[in-house]
Ligand binder design. Sequence first.
Ligand SMILES: *Cc1c(COP(=O)(O)O)cnc(C)c1O
Length: 401
Amino acid sequence: MENYFKKYPTSDGFFGKYGGAYLPPQLIEQFQKITEAYMTISKSHHFISELRNIRKHYQGRPTPVYFASRLSELVGGSRIYLKREDLNHMGAHKLNHTMGEGLLAKYLGKKKLIAETGAGQHGVAVATAAAHFGLEAEIHMGEVDIKKEYPNVIRMKLLGAKVVPVTHGAKTLKEAVDSAFDAYLKNPEEMLFAIGSVVGPHPYPMLVRDFQRVVGIEAREQFFEMTGELPDNLVACVGGGSNAMGLFSAFLEDDSKIFGVEPAGKSFKSGEHAATLTYGKEGIIHGFNTYLLQNDKGEPAEVYSIASGLDYPGVGPEHAFLKDKGRINYVTASDKETLDAFYTLSRVEGIIPALESAHAVAYAMKLARETQYESILVNLSGRGDKDIDFIVDNYGFGDKQ
Ligand SMILES: *Cc1c(COP(=O)(O)O)cnc(C)c1O
């Protein structure tokens, strides 16, 4: 893992055989331009100090690392610590990269941020960045998702974004991606495509990872200051993989064991899960090569997770690479384990986690039970306010579990 960041990705965007940029010919030049601009602008003193300022005074960074003593005592065995990304402005780690994307758009003289969104969380994070920088935001969203995730549609509109309903096909995330790409193709000079995780064609897996690295850099320093050591174990949930890469990237050259947690959902047999690295195989989705959950025809499969931020059939190419290298272990948490972690963390620590993050907490609880005297640092990627109505309507308050 030596000189890791100098070697990966390669200049054409590969992490081993994963990643790359499989694009329609009209977009190749645009993406090269974004890469070049990113490589120069984002390394400039000006850009870095402006982003730092935003993180401190607008986003509320650094977020703390917290020793969850009552949770640790309850499960027994090892100690659980939380990196509190739920305390970011807007309640999740997503602003770490959307503020970076917004600032890049500003430096490039773009007028608009364009994005797709599934559950709406990414759309809200992009709309927030656009409002902050005085840019327009155009968010493509499937009609089915608009109905399902209406509170996020309201947030986007309040933040001044234009929400474009997508009415073809299954009217969900996949169609929203196609629709946003089509709109972008018509006028790429004017807009920056703001991708929501460490996925998509080069340079996005690198760019989003780099903007998320702040999580790991802070956490490594904070943890060392608290304990005089580095964590024995790191745990984060993996949808596309941005919060996980953010935390893990700072520890790749250390001895810490690393666990990425995928949603095992209801069951493997019924196909109702989204555990891409656990059950998928190599394939191309949305312009990059990675592990992919596929149907009989080799197309991206329908996937499911109780946490809408984790239901993606692909995964960031860097995760695929680090899995094959054996540096990161990919494990799963089921809906049931996740709900248990959600209720437990709320009750014993006074922290209501996002359902995505509760997957990581669930695995950390299991790991804590199975080990002794070790430390486990969990990335608590977001807060659970967005999930409480859904949970209470469907599962109650957890006392009848
Ligand atoms: C979107 C989201 C995720 C999943 O995205 P990654 O790119 O895998 O991090 C996880 N947690 C929260 C709170 C989210 O909003």
